[in-house]
Design a binder for this molecule. Sequence first.
Ligand code: PLP
Length: 417
Amino acid sequence: MAYHGAELQVEDVRLSQLAAEHGTPLFVYSKASMLAALAAYQRGFAGRHAQICYAMKANSSLGVLQVFAAAGCGFDIVSGGELERVLAAGGDAAKIIFSGVGKTRGEMRLALQAGIGCFNVESEAELDVLSQVAESLALRAPVSIRVNPNVDPKTHPYISTGLKDNKFGVAHEDTLRIYQYAASLRGLRVVGIDCHIGSQITDVTPYLDAMDRVLDLVTSIEASGIPLAHIDFGGGLGINYNNDTPPAADVLWAQLLRKLDERGFGQKKLMIEPGRSLIGNAGVCVTEVIYVKPGEHKNFCIIDAAMNDLPRPAMYQAFHAIVPLRTGHSDTPEARYDVVGPICESGDWIGRDRMLAVKAGDQLAVLSAGAYCMSMSSNYNTRGRAVELLVDGAKVHVIRERESAADQMRLERLVAL
Ligand SMILES: *Cc1c(COP(=O)(O)O)cnc(C)c1O
């Protein structure tokens, strides 16, 4: 993603060209950027027994899943719907891990019948239910237990998951007892241990602390006679949205693997569940300025993308850079704007206090929009979901068509009044 002359391009394609052909709002993903992000992890794990499971809730579009499946990724899923997506995209069921605090019996049944690799179980109640469901199918469910290492990932509270008051995982002090319980259930086969401490983590320290806590548990669980075939360290590595400086995946893992080796666990199979760091910076949302609305205290730049397309600012006060598709052409003076969507909510903002030289009809790119945008999108205000394109060099693949009002109404029924 770079300017070539005045034009912003994704790989070999001008975004202005894509906007002209497909309309806006429009998501564009770079395949090369996705594979480069994955390659950083693959380099980090070279020579190790490791499985990268893309946490697909970050972006679950089929075309995105296909790219990662073809590159050898497994998938971290959190629902039966996500399981169906992986299978539809040609993913390997044996490389699926199933996370989440609220798996239903129906979802467990689907996943067992598909033959997934591991259930990451988050409570004793879930162990009981999973064991029953597996026994009813004459199967044994492969399980890890998600432990809560009680470390602060220093990220937004809504995306911290490894503190003891979060709903996720089982408490450190209960872990050994719960493993012994799991090992006693006839429908289960204990295969690993799992943790995931949060998202958009930009510091190495919480990972090192969590690893220490998890390895302490591995030691005590194995000493009690329950062997663990793999250790899953979750996802959560941050990306650069706004002068963020997360470590590169290979640099982070060089440090983590050193600790793993020092503590004598270098031979264990490793699993990781990265989401945002594989797709976040590979995507942009292209949008058009509908109106510029000057105000007494604030100027508004009203664009055709909104919180239904880009929910992160409204949900987490998140920052996305907003840049013009073409630079230098404008004779419009620069001014300070709140960049907002058309939705009837004051929370519908995409960027605040941005210096932009814009007029109606100009096009902008909202950057780092590959993760937790389309997958969190909604139809609020009966707005159809945007088009998604995957760019591969000079080739452009439509991976999602624009959703019409008819698409949205398809499952609704008029009543006989
Ligand atoms: C969301 C999630 C991930 C991925 O987090 P990222 O920050 O996108 O890397 C991994 N594992 C679990 C259990 C998750 O809920």
